[in-house]
Design a protein around this ligand. Structure first.
Ligand code: HEM
Length: 187
């Protein structure tokens, strides 16, 4: 892992620690804060115009997640530690076929939206176990190890920071992503 990736992961870990301490020391919450999901904090269900689809509206929370996902895919595609997993996708995009990229963008965005508490989106892709096993998903070249999982999270964190996600929310997104580590890491 290079130094900036290490910094991103450490920043994420630090943020998680701060979050845990602050939530423990906060004994009383207002009812609206208590019912607010991470998805709400990411922008929630407020409708905004969708910059990628002229004339269409999209939930602000979903747009924020999709923006981070799309730029993360580009960061990952350029990351020589882990871009070997994505050979099928990179081959398609290089030859001008964006269908797999669009499907991945939608699947990853829907997965994260649902995982953070979105109610108006559903994830219809493979289970995390099947998505990350070349026997059940020929679009992944090999099973994932723990170092590469951390690298992937570092790339997502870099994308989130680049897109203006504040550190406290980044830490909460990181916590959600780490809940699937046991299913994604299979080597
Ligand atoms: C929190 C961590 C992760 C989440 C939430 C996640 C989620 C997903 C989802 C939703 C899909 C699409 C499944 C489908 O098409 O039905 C996918 C595919 C894939 N994931 Fe992950 N993933 C994670 C980590 C990783 C890591 C660490 C790697 C490798 C280093 C990886 C490599 C891949 C590859 C190569 C594909 C196939 C891409 C394609 O369709 O071309 N993922 N993942």
């Amino acid at each position: 892992m290079n130094r900036s990736k290490t910094t991103a992961v450490l920043a994420l870990a630090f943020g998680v620690g701060v979050l845990m301490v602050s939530s423990q020391s906060c004994s009383k919450k207002s009812s609206s804060a208590a019912t607010m999901t991470l998805y709400d904090s990411l922008g929630g269900t407020a409708m905004v115009s969708d910059p990628a689809n002229q004339g269409q509206m999209v939930e602000k929370g979903y747009l924020g997640i999709r923006t981070i996902v799309d730029s993360a895919i580009f960061i990952i595609a350029a990351d020589t530690q882990i871009n070997g997993y994505f050979k099928v996708l990179i081959g398609e995009v290089t030859s001008g076929n964006l269908s797999g990229y669009q499907r991945l963008s939608t699947n990853l965005s829907n997965f994260i939206a649902v995982a953070t508490g979105a109610k108006d989106y559903t994830y219809t892709g493979l289970s995390m176990q099947d998505a990350h096993n070349p026997n059940t998903n020929p679009r992944i070249t090999m099973t994932v190890d723990s170092a590469d999982f951390n690298e992937f999270i570092g790339d997502v964190a870099a994308s989130a920071t680049k897109n203006g996600l504040p550190p406290d929310l980044l830490a909460r997104v990181g916590t959600v992503l780490y809940t699937v580590e046991g299913q994604v890491v299979q080597r």
